[in-house]
Design a protein around this ligand. Structure first.
Ligand code: ATP
Length: 291
């Protein structure tokens, strides 16, 4: 019995190990696949960011030719301002973020940063200029220090700690047995949704890009944590060009412009009070969320 049990148990462990490696490999391939979707134009030059103004000009996009997703989306985020995108699930909000980061190319129209078409600049310079705090942060099966330092290659321990302090995750890290050398991820310390987001914020602080994309978590954090993270995001986004994909309208009331998306189109746009006064979709969403 014991003899049988041990190999089975071993197989269980092995299976979990392999499954995890496969997950990592899958992630890697998915990233590589995306890389292959776009290529640097011949003679592409590095993006020159002056203020970091972002412009979507009549953008049309489909993941698969038979199913158009965006039908002519135009908006501008002036340098240093925040634009929020709201709307029902599947309306195309995250697609805007993926196109700005150039995981895919637009099929019609253009996206410009400070006047330069993003298809005409090098991908590396584009991605250096944009920081993403995603809904669900991918942590590597590595140390906390590595996971934060990943924001900027060559960051020193002092810089990593400073970013962790600013993202209010330092005390938590310092309290773990191995501190910054503690391993995290599937095989190490498990972090809560809020802690993972703080790691993402610390990464972004280290990277310090002029343009930021915040993809708000849909999964509910407790309200104290949510308010604290919101305040940290506000601080990170200060003076930067910010695109927020928002699920809670309370976080977008101060946006320069709010875009209400539905089925791949902007169906309403304006500032919070203007949209409330219009009494349309946004006003209805606000009424429902305020209950
Ligand atoms: P949510 O609020 O749920 O995150 P969203 O508004 O961000 O939704 P998107 O993720 O932009 O929506 O998706 C828009 C549409 O594109 C959806 O219908 C989705 O099914 C489709 N879609 C997203 N990613 C892909 C993909 N890789 N391949 C094919 N279709 C996709």
């Amino acid at each position: 019995m014991i003899q049988l049990y041990i190999p089975l148990n071993f197989l269980g462990v092995l299976y979990r190990e392999i499954k995890q490696s496969l997950t990592d490999i899958e992630k890697m391939f998915r990233l590589l696949d995306r890389e292959r979707e776009v290529a640097d134009a011949p003679g592409a030059q590095p993006l020159q960011v002056s203020g970091g103004a972002v412009r979507f000009e009549d953008v049309h996009f489909a993941y698969e030719p038979a199913r158009p997703i965006l039908h002519g989306v135009s908006f501008e985020i002036p340098a240093g301002k925040k634009v929020a995108v709201v709307g029902p699930s599947g309306s195309g909000k995250s697609t805007l973020a993926r196109l700005l980061y150039r995981f895919y190319d637009v099929q019609q129209g253009a996206i410009r940063i400070d006047g330069q078409e993003i298809r005409q600049v090098t991908q590396s310079s584009l991605r250096r200029s944009i920081g993403i705090v995603p809904q669900d942060t991918v942590l590597f099966n590595d140390t906390v220090a590595y996971n934060i330092g990943y924001g900027r290659t060559g960051a020193s321990q002092v810089e990593i700690e400073a970013a962790a302090r600013a993202a209010h995750i330092h005390d938590f890290i310092a309290a773990t047995p191995a501190g910054y050398e503690t391993r995290v991820g599937e095989r190490g310390l498990k972090l809560s949704g809020g802690e993972k987001q703080r790691v993402a914020i610390a990464r972004t602080l280290l990277k310090n890009p002029p343009i930021l994309i915040f993809d708000e978590a849909t999964s509910a954090l407790d309200s104290n944590n949510e308010r604290a993270i919101q305040a940290e995001l506000e601080a990170v986004g200060q003076d930067k060009t910010v695109l927020v994909i928002a699920h809670r309208l309370s976080t977008v009331t101060d946006a320069h412009e709010i875009l209400v998306m539905d089925a791949g189109r902007i169906v309403e746009r304006g500032r919070h009070d203007e949209l409330l006064a219009q009494g349309g979709r946004y006003a209805e969403m606000w009424r429902l969320q305020s209950q």
